[in-house]
Design a protein around this ligand. Structure first.
Ligand code: AMP
Ligand code: GLY
Length: 424
């Protein structure tokens, strides 16, 4: 089989690496890919940046199966276009991708189907939003309705912060059309976990749980980022909680999408807040795998991932046999100088450790020049990911690999895994 992976992050490098290990796979084409997928055995990069170009690529390369990494191509209708042209693909249609591309759609959907989430209201009018806010008080959360690349959520501790967020989105138009509608929702406290499944209608296979570290700095301080590190499994997701997440969130969501005439196909990611009382609240749905969560999750996948993806594309997930390595995995992100506001590009990267059974460096913002020198080319540069005998061992191995990697202005958190380690 020849496979196509769409995207250019460390998530897509991990997907391509895992798929290339399958005996049935001859080659994985990654579009556009990065400096890591350019050198990964069994993988090759090909240019592409919109649905039309990717369809042309699939036709030229005659690919058997396509796996989509990021959300934007899904919201742009890649899956609809590929299916219409007869190309099997793992991902939701444009309609089903609204679970991520519109927070208002997701909240209304959860309300219709009794899925636990914070109370909310949606506004296009700034004055009405300000009045609602004054009635509710703080802490409170203001979210842009549309896709905003992680910049659309303000968790406001004070009413003044929330008023400013509303003005930035609705009055000053700082997020463009993504922020022309805002969702204001109640603040949930607890511990977050990423709960990811792959589905086809009501058929579903759950992945191992994981936990992300969204803030730039140690101790969960500094600005929000796409994610500075992750590990799997998340201890907060006990077997009992896993079952409840399936029963209270995932199955009702999949059933609801079928009932509403837009069956969900592909990866469904529920961002969960687990309260101290054991309650589950859904913070968000994403219609893709998480980044960096995918890197440790796939380090632990012990089965034939290409076979699982074929079952997902063809609606035979009931016949799939997912297999997991019981050992935990942990990934540390190395980010460029200036990330997240204005990442610097073009710095030479040295000291990459050799990949092995227990360590793999997944690339994101890297580019391999004509001179074969690897340079930074984006905000998050690498995820150094390791399998360990326990979380502490996985962290030791990942940091040992990360420590030797050097580029100008490298940013790295030192405390990835602290929640799991703190449970001791
Ligand atoms: P989202 O993109 O909707 O997941 O929001 C990004 C981050 O904001 C989440 O990972 C949480 O840390 C935080 N967040 C979002 N919604 C809430 C909420 N209702 N209560 C508390 N924190 C939230
Ligand atoms: N790491 C969070 C996300 O992928 O949305």
């Amino acid at each position: 089989m020849k496979l196509l992976v769409i995207g250019s992050g460390a998530r897509e490098h991990a997907l391509a690496w895992k798929l290339a290990q399958s005996e049935q796979v001859e080659e994985v084409v990654v579009s556009p890919g990065n400096g890591g997928t350019a050198r990964e055995p069994g993988c090759r990069n090909a240019p592409g940046s919109n649905v039309g170009q990717w369809l042309g690529l699939a036709q030229r390369e005659d690919v058997d199966l396509t796996v989509v990494g990021p959300e934007n191509p899904l919201a742009d209708g890649l899956v609809d276009t590929f299916r219409a042209a007869g190309f099997p693909v793992v991902g939701p249609t444009r309609a089903a991708a609204q679970l991520e591309s519109s927070k208002d759609f997701a909240k209304a959907f959860m309300t219709r189907h009794g899925i636990p989430t914070a109370p909310y209201a949606t506004f296009t009018d700034a004055a009405a939003a300000h009045a609602y806010l004054d009635a509710q008080g703080a802490p409170i959360v203001v979210k842009a309705d549309g896709l905003a690349a992680g910049k659309g959520v303000v968790v406001a501790q004070t009413v003044a912060e929330a008023h400013a967020a509303i003005d930035a989105m609705l009055a000053d138009d700082l997020l463009g059309s993504a922020g022309s509608r805002v969702v204001i929702e109640g603040f949930l406290s607890g511990e977050e976990a990423s709960f990811i499944v792959v589905a086809h209608g009501e058929q579903v296979v759950a992945f191992a749980s994981s936990q992300d570290h969204k803030r730039l700095k140690d101790g969960d301080e500094g600005p929000n980022t796409g994610g500075m590190g992750a590990y799997s499994p998340a201890p907060v997701v006990t077997p009992e909680l896993h079952q409840r997440a399936m029963d209270e969130v995932i199955r009702p969501a999949l059933r609801g999408m079928v009932e509403e005439g837009m069956p969900f196909t592909g990866f469904l990611y529920a961002g969960l807040m687990i309260g101290a009382d054991g309650s589950i609240g859904v913070l968000e749905f994403n219609c893709r795998m998480g980044d960096p969560e995918t890197q440790p999750i796939l380090m632990r996948y012990a089965g034939d991932f290409a076979a699982l993806m074929q079952h997902a594309a063809h609606g035979t997930l009931d016949e799939a046999f997912p297999e997991w390595d019981p050992r935990p995995a942990l990934g540390v992100v190395l980010a460029a100088a200036g990330y997240p506001e204005s990442p610097r590009k073009g710095d030479a990267i040295t000291g990459l450790p050799a990949d092995g059974d227990r360590l793999h460096v997944f690339h994101a913002g890297t580019a391999l020049g004509e001179d074969e020198v690897l340079r930074t080319s984006g905000g998050r540069v690498l995820t150094v990911t390791a399998l360990g005998d326990d979380v502490a061992d996985a962290a030791r191995r990942a940091y040992a690999g990360a420590e030797g990697i050097d580029f100008e202005g490298r940013q790295m958190r030192r405390d990835i895994g602290h929640r799991a380690l703190g449970r001791g």
